[in-house]
Design a protein around this ligand. Structure first.
Ligand SMILES: [Ca+2]
Ligand SMILES: [Ca+2]
Ligand SMILES: [Ca+2]
Length: 438
């Protein structure tokens, strides 16, 4: 991203910053020949990369004034709040008044990679990565259990009076904000109405954004897909809702009941109709889920549950985080996803987990390059997933591999031990460290 300033009739470059897909804060000093209390016209130009967005621009307490007629800029760039505007190669211009020359230009923004992943979010989440079919997981909506209408009009506020069918928390791997997605379903005599409030998608990306309803019908699973170019079954909209304070994607669906129950279906004669509708959703907004790789599992004997830990990364593998998920003894997810090390600028890898049956605790370790050295870090969790203490440095390890063994031994403390290969010059040696110290 390049920042330019207008001086006379001349645009002068103030500098460049390298951005990634996450909205981050940047600062550039003002040019020395800019005078106090002036108004300043700045231009932000995207150079290279994929889609780009700015969330906030300011100079100290200086007031941002939008250049007419782009009044949306003024509203969206006032605060860093995930309410963003798209920036193109042609750039955007903003006018700042009452400049305090002792301050930097502060701004927040992102640039996506040119090639981004294609995987949508799936609801129910059990279907992730699997093509929808009759054996997939579905929500069940009983016909006539919620009578009503949701006109396809870009508004879903009225739905809050009705219970939602699902509410799922999503952590996008794409740099979009994390947040909840809500789904509603209702029907009248002729149509099934469904709606999604897809709060993780705060970018308006034309036909790249889409969502679908999947319904298991007697003739197989039908997909009802909606996007800017596909409006047979409903429509997307980009709007504000009462769920978050930034503009984002919603989807409304209006599906004839004859598409579900067959052409003979009649509201007045529902004899012989299986009124349980099996329904699922997907949504993609260039907002997309993380890729989950490199899992490890430990069994918690006290609670009869498994803790699976894994690395989750974006499809471009530029950053990653470490996550965990409990599963019941029969394999159902238990509780929500645990963020053990956040997806950020670095790349924690190779998570391992072990269980301490004496303390009923789990220890998760991973290796991470912090910009200077490779390090093995760990975190303790109780069997409910609550973090005990905080992420703790355990050892230096240049091999991006950590392994550890359970040692309920006599001499050692009753906790797990961490074993890692240590620096390259002594590759092959193993250092044994107890984790009792953290
Ligand atoms: Ca904003
Ligand atoms: Ca509506
Ligand atoms: Ca989008």
């Amino acid at each position: 991203m390049e920042v330019q300033v207008l001086q006379g009739a001349q645009w002068t470059s103030l500098g460049f910053v390298a951005m990634d897909k996450y909205i981050r804060d940047y600062a550039l000093p003002l040019a020395s020949d800019i005078r106090e209390n002036e108004s300043l016209t700045l231009r932000f130009i995207k150079h290279g990369g994929g889609l780009s967005h700015l969330d906030h621009i300011g100079i100290g307490q200086s007031t941002l004034s939008s250049l007419q007629p782009q009044t949306e800029l003024f509203y969206k760039l006032q605060e860093k709040d995930n309410d963003v505007i798209e920036v193109f190669e042609s750039g955007i211009e903003v006018l700042l008044t009452d400049i305090d020359i002792s301050q930097n230009i502060d701004f927040s923004g992102r640039i996506e990679p040119e090639v981004i992943g294609k995987a949508p979010f799936i609801y129910p989440k059990e279907n992730k990565g699997i093509r929808m079919h009759s054996g997939s997981e579905f929500y069940v909506y009983e016909l006539n259990s919620l009578l009503g209408q949701n006109p396809v009009d870009g508004q879903i506020e009225g739905l809050d009076a009705s219970p939602y069918l699902f509410k799922e928390y999503d952590i996008p791997g794409s740099g979009h904000p994390r947040g909840y997605t809500y789904g509603w379903v209702m029907n009248d005599d002729n149509y099934l109405y469904a709606a999604l409030d897809f709060t993780p998608d705060n970018t308006m990306d034309g036909d790249k954004d889409y969502a679908s309803v999947y319904i298991d019908t007697p003739i197989g699973v039908k997909q009802f897909k909606v996007s800017e170019n596909q409006k047979v079954w409903g429509s997307p909209a980009f709007t504000y809702t009462n769920k978050v304070n930034y503009e984002h994607k919603i989807y409304e669906f209006k599906i004839p009941l004859t598409e579900i129950f067959g052409a003979d279906f009649s509201a007045s004669d529902q004899d012989g109709v299986n009124s349980s509708i099996k329904i699922a959703f997907d949504a993609y907004g260039t907002a997309m889920p993380l890729n989950r790789i490199d899992p490890d599992v430990a069994y918690g004997s006290k609670t009869n549950e498994y803790l699976v830990v894994y690395q989750a990364s974006s499809s471009t593998n530029e950053t990653a985080g470490i996550y965990g998920q409990f599963f019941t003894y029969d394999g159902m997810p238990s509780g929500s996803t645990l963020e053990l090390y956040p997806d950020g600028s670095d790349y924690p890898a190779g998570p391992k987990v072990a269980y301490n049956s004496i303390e009923d605790e789990f220890l998760v370790v991973w290796s991470r390059y912090d910009g200077t050295t490779d390090r093995v870090e760990g975190i303790r969790l109780d069997s409910s997933g609550n973090v005990i203490g905080s992420v703790t440095y355990l050892d230096e390890a240049q091999a991006a591999m950590s392994d550890y063994i359970e040692m309920e031994s006599r001499e050692f403390a009753r906790w797990l031990t961490v074993r890692t290969t240590t620096p390259m010059q002594s590759f092959g040696e193993e250092a044994v460290k107890t984790a009792t110290s953290f």
